[in-house]
Design a protein around this ligand. Structure first.
Ligand SMILES: [Zn+2]
Length: 56
């Protein structure tokens, strides 16, 4: 994982903890990648698991 991505994930985690909606993340916690890079995976395209929990 590159530093820019790692920093972005940390920032999104902090923003989400502060109340930002998960859909507004630019990174994917589950895949540890940019959200755009895994948006087409079944994990995301299946609505039933769209709002996945993030470990504390
Ligand atoms: Zn993902």
């Amino acid at each position: 994982m590159d530093k820019q991505l790692a920093a972005a994930i940390e920032r999104d985690n902090a923003l989400e903890d502060a109340g930002m909606h998960g859909d507004d993340r630019q990174t994917c916690w589950s895949h540890q990648s940019w959200a755009a890079d895994c948006a087409d995976q079944p994990f995301h395209t299946n609505p039933s698991v769209h709002h996945y929990p993030r470990p504390a």
